[in-house]
Design a protein around this ligand. Structure first.
Ligand SMILES: [Zn+2]
Ligand SMILES: [Zn+2]
Length: 223
């Protein structure tokens, strides 16, 4: 096999059947060396899932609370370290779509552990969909039943604007909901590829709460 991350040939892990093309080799598209570079999150901030020594709220989450947000109780599988950055780069920007399978099972278990009525992916903009060809989050959570009801109405470039944090939180709108009645009274898990500042997820949560969602949590591959 050729590892989709480091692009190194790893002949030793191919069985004879794989070499002869009689068995799929894509079940494990990443070599053990690369796999060992990912850093799992064990103990984390109970608000945003950030890797830290205890589960107390971090300063960012305290600030979200001051801003009046209900915390997302975010959970992520891995830290956003160099290996994860490389993974995202190959997946999103080099369009290595086969790599999406690597964390499928673990992400499915993570979503299951949240135990909510509905799983909603963060959408990508029309422009991103046209240039990349896929929504990276839907690919990562491919084996999870997703309800794809958010639509992006503002691109990420427009978001990096001159607005203050207050304006970005309270005046800008990133998303709209296609079927508002579907979320009324529902417990919802939002899923994304990476939690960076939380801004995107909190915007999505806001619009779901406005439409009548009962509770909104979130999870992602990396934090
Ligand atoms: Zn590798
Ligand atoms: Zn936090």
């Amino acid at each position: 096999m050729i590892c989709l991350l480091c692009q190194t040939k790893k002949y030793e892990s191919d069985t004879l059947l794989q070499v002869l093309g009689l068995k799929k080799v894509l079940e494990r598209p990443i070599c053990d060396d690369c796999n060992n570079q990912f850093a799992a999150i064990f103990t984390s901030c109970k608000g945003c899932g950030r890797h830290q020594g205890n589960n107390q709220l971090c300063t960012d989450c305290v600030r979200w609370q001051i801003d009046g947000k209900r915390l997302l109780q975010h959970r992520a599988l891995y830290q956003y370290n160099d290996a994860m950055k490389l993974f995202m780069q190959r997946y999103k920007f080099y369009g290595e779509y086969a790599i999406r399978h690597v964390f499928n099972r673990k992400l499915k278990d993570l979503v299951k552990s949240r135990d909510t009525d509905m799983v909603v992916p963060i959408p990508v903009s029309y422009h991103t969909l046209m240039t990349r060809g896929f929504n990276q989050t839907i690919g990562l959570f491919e084996n999870v039943r997703l309800t794809d009801l958010l639509v992006t109405i503002k691109s990420s470039k427009q978001r990096q604007s001159k607005f203050s944090r207050y304006d970005r939180l309270n005046r800008e709108q990133f998303f709209m909901i296609e079927n508002k009645t579907a979320v009324i009274g529902k417990d919802i898990t939002l899923v994304d590829d990476v939690y960076t500042t939380g801004m995107t997820l909190y915007h999505a949560a806001d619009i779901l709460y406005q439409a009548g969602a009962k509770n909104v949590k979130s999870c992602s591959l990396a934090r």
